[in-house]
Design a protein around this ligand. Structure first.
Ligand code: QAP
Ligand code: CO
Length: 173
């Protein structure tokens, strides 16, 4: 499976991802292909739509205290539903689909989600800290929402200008 990260402003990122119904080899192949892409690009989270697959699947590997991301910490989250949220937290977010741009974004501090694993088994997860932030960021991708959509009008304008300049620079290098 050859996958490439879709980058803003590609319209694909605006698609709403569909529920996963079949927990089959095709899903497993997708998840297995997403993992090296995320690790090789220094990511901590990746939604399937970011590799042009509009299905409700995402993977997360939050670094531990030593900054390590051992594979056993990999979380595969299918069809997540947020069932509780509380508090407020601000974190400087980035996104593999919006390279080299980082901005403070407000999220819920703690959340509870229900989700399925790659075999279709149902789980409940209480999350806080960076994990809670990452889950909210990735769940937004399933709705076609990017973190830059949450910027103020002025900040967003500044972003568009800066991003265009960065894209040109990258093209010329
Ligand atoms: C989403 O983001 C996230 O611009 C995952 O040049 C972000 O993995 C969750 C990345 C913040 C929680 C907090 C971004 C890598 C990785 C870049 C990522 C870049 C290289 C972003
Ligand atoms: Co993202």
């Amino acid at each position: 499976m050859k996958l490439k990260i879709v980058e803003y402003p590609d319209k694909k990122l605006r698609q709403k991802s569909v529920e996963v119904k079949n927990f089959d080899a095709k899903l497993h192949k997708l998840l297995d292909a997403m993992y090296p892409i995320m690790m090789n690009t220094n990511g901590i989270g990746l939604a399937a739509i970011q590799v042009a697959q509009p299905v409700r699947a995402l993977i997360l590997n939050i670094p531990d205290e030593d900054g390590e991301q051992p594979r056993e910490n990999l979380l595969e989250i299918i069809n997540p539903v947020m069932v509780q949220q509380a508090g407020e937290t601000v974190y400087q977010e980035g996104c593999l689909s919006v390279p080299q741009f980082y901005e403070d974004i407000k999220r819920h501090e703690t959340i509870t989600i229900n989700y399925q694993d790659r075999d279709g088994n149902t789980h409940t997860l209480d999350a806080d800290g960076l994990l809670a932030i990452a889950i909210q960021h990735e769940m937004d991708h399933l709705e076609g929402i990017l973190f830059i959509d949450k910027l103020s009008y002025a900040r967003r304008k500044k972003f568009e200008k800066e991003y265009k300049r960065l894209q040109k620079e990258r093209k010329n290098s």
